[in-house]
Design a protein around this ligand. Structure first.
Ligand code: GAP
Length: 613
């Protein structure tokens, strides 16, 4: 073996990089090695848009594939791909036109727009200022005497307003049909429910996934991929019957969760840990509860079994793609922080550069979305649920006598008739007296019950129309890629020389194997090219490198997280073997060229170890 190849035998751990230098170091690496960088630099760039370079695009694709593998293939759900642009009525119905706002404050001196809640978070110990009402945020800005971070002007008494985050556009020429870039991929699934339920043969539960772009006109994009204006979401909308369907909890019952419940966050100085906690550790404010999924459900720490199921399922997935579990927690939303559609929500959070960042939201959306789209559109957003046995039920009906209501209520008679029809379904007992009162168009009307032709009858029904509930794990792929990259960044000493490397899991590493000829002469280059071609044919992501000494080539691959490197040397020409070197340990083994695809697959999937070769 040559000295070059030997040079790398011993690796010695170094202290991790300090938190305040971590993100800067990763951003520098990301740009230099082609993971991601600000977009459209040739034209000055614009905040909140990033381009993934060759390494980043491959890492992102691998993370998305790992997500699909679990949440679509293994869990048996469907995947769709809906348009990014949707017409205005979709967002009127979904509540995004009215409720998808952030708090904005505009500096009166320089005109810079700030996110008011972020100014408060940066200046105080408050972690989730978005959950506070606007007057409280204004009061905090005055109390802490906060200034514009651009020009230093005082922001006291400057009004905080709501700013809708959706990007608006016009569909077709003119402005007659407004549209919006979807702020979440979820709406593309909800609006197609009437069609999708047929593909699921009208049987609950079923899940529909989508991996695609979401758009938010963020007031102040920040921290690289953490808050951007265009990003990829991987969302699963799991439609369930709330009365009957239960998650297969046993599959994740023993998974250990680190939970940060709302009451612990609200605790001033540590508070009491939940009785349920098996162990607890201090966070900055309250205490974490460490328990299994089963315990979290039994002791009602996570109220929804479905949400608990997904917390368990996702926890192992994060580990699989390279999130450091010592820098990970699930945090429950505070009540003021819940999105307009969510009944309960937990976020997966990762620690990046000393701050906690939400990487996924797990929401119980109840029947909010399907009910809204059902009410706003002409389609059926319900599902017919067949009873095991037909049921005989009492049904109350009215058949208002319009020959009486017409002369009595004039132009309002139609509205009164409709109100009577609604009321009999909601509250048949309201017809028990002689007169019934209904509201129509904001007015109150009294109607003689005898003129409503109220009746109760027994009917036999084979089923009922129900609106499914929705459980939604919503993953931000960009933030996960950023987390994986940051948590993978490591340094050590190899034979006294410092090396930076990414200890990415082989499944997500942009390149699986680097192929090097020891030298580009004496037929070594040709043989290495053959090895490269064979590995590509076998489906491996390969990088070929013949420049510089072998040690430098190892370092280049280490820095982009390539788990294995193969070197073709003079011995290879004689006995058809090569050196395989493993990234983290820097250990090496001699392998038959013919066996390379099988050996690398075994290493990649963890069924063998370099030391066993
Ligand atoms: N459908 C639910 C939904 O969209 P969300 O919590 O607003 O929920 C889900 O978003 C995930 O999308 C977040 O956990 C985060 O990872 C990602 N995300 C949200 N806004 C983002 C932004 N401006 N930049 C990057 N990722 C973002």
């Amino acid at each position: 073996m040559s000295e070059d190849m030997d040079a790398d035998a011993d690796a010695e751990a170094l202290e991790p990089i300090p938190a305040d230098e971590e993100l800067e170091t990763v951003a520098e690496l990301a740009k230099r090695r082609g993971f991601f960088f600000p977009a459209s630099r040739a034209y000055g760039g614009v905040a909140g848009f990033y381009t993934y370079g060759p390494e980043g695009a491959a890492l992102k694709r691998n993370v998305e594939d790992a997500w699909r593998d679990l949440f679509v293939t293994q869990e048996g759900h469907m995947e769709i791909s809906a348009p990014d642009v949707m017409p205005e009525p979709v967002f009127e119905a979904s509540g995004h036109l009215d409720g998808f706002d952030d708090m904005i404050i505009e500096c009166p001196e320089c005109g810079t727009n700030h996110r008011a809640d972020h100014l408060v978070e940066d200046a105080t110990r408050i972690e989730e200022a978005e959950s506070l009402p606007i007057p409280e945020v204004e009061a905090l800005i005055a109390e802490y005497d906060l200034d514009c971070t651009t020009c230093g002007a005082s922001l006291t008494d400057v009004p905080v307003e709501e700013f809708n985050l959706m990007f608006e556009t016009n569909i077709g020429p003119g402005s007659s049909q407004p549209g919006y870039l979807r702020p979440e991929t979820a709406q593309g699934i909800f609006v197609e429910f009437p069609q999708l339920k047929q593909y699921a043969r009208n049987q609950l539960p079923f899940g529909v996934a989508q991996v695609g772009t979401a758009w938010r006109n963020e007031i102040s994009p920040r921290r690289a991929l953490v808050r951007v204006r265009e990003f990829t979401q991987a969302e699963l909308e799991h439609f369930v019957d709330p009365d009957e369907d239960e998650p297969p909890l046993h599959r994740v019952a023993d998974v250990e969760l680190t939970l940060y419940p709302a009451d612990e966050q609200e605790a001033d100085d540590g508070g009491e840990a939940s009785e349920a906690s098996r162990t607890s550790s201090d966070s900055s404010d309250g205490k974490y509860v460490t328990c299994t999924v089963q315990e979290a459900v039994d002791e009602n720490i996570v109220a929804s079994d479905w949400v608990a199921y997904y917390l368990g399922l996702a926890r192992d997935w994060y580990e699989r793609v390279g999130v450091d579990m010592d820098r990970f927690r699930y945090r429950q939303h505070l009540s003021g922080e819940l999105a307009h559609y969510a009944a309960d929500c937990w976020d997966a959070e990762a620690e990046l550069g000393g701050d906690w960042v939400e990487i996924t939201g797990f929401a119980y959306r109840s029947d909010y979305d399907l009910s809204k789209h059902g009410a706003h559109s002409d389609e059926e957003f319900t599902l017919f649920k067949q009873y095991d046995e037909p049921k005989t039920v009492e049904r109350a009906t009215v058949d208002p006598d319009m020959s009486v209501l017409g002369p009595e209520f004039g132009g309002d008679a139609g509205a009164v008739q409709e109100a009577l029809n609604d009321l009999v379904e909601r509250d048949p007992d309201a017809f028990d007296g002689e007169v019934v009162e209904v509201e129509a168009d904001g007015e109150s009307y009294e109607v003689d019950v005898e003129h409503t032709n109220f009746a109760r009858e027994e009917v036999t029904e084979s089923g009922e129309h129900i609106t499914p509930h929705v459980v939604e794990p919503s993953f931000g792929i960009g933030r996960i890629v950023y987390t994986v990259l940051t948590h993978a960044y490591d340094r050590d000493l190899v034979d006294g020389e410092e090396r930076a490397f990414l200890d990415l899991p082989p499944e997500v590493a942009p390149t699986t194997v680097g192929v090097f000829p020891l030298m580009d002469k004496d037929g070594l280059g040709e043989r290495a090219r053959e090895v490269e071609a064979d590995l590509r044919q076998a489906g491996f992501a390969v990088a070929y490198d013949d420049s510089g000494n072998i040690g430098r080539r190892y370092r280049r691959q280490d820095e982009v997280g390539t788990p294995y490197c193969v070197t073709v040397d003079y011995e290879s020409l004689e006995d058809d073997t090569v050196t395989v070197r493993e990234r983290d340990s820097t250990e090496q083994a001699r392998v038959d060229i013919e066996e390379l695809p099988v050996t690398l697959t075994a290493l990649r999937t963890g069924s063998t170890d370099i030391a066993d070769l």
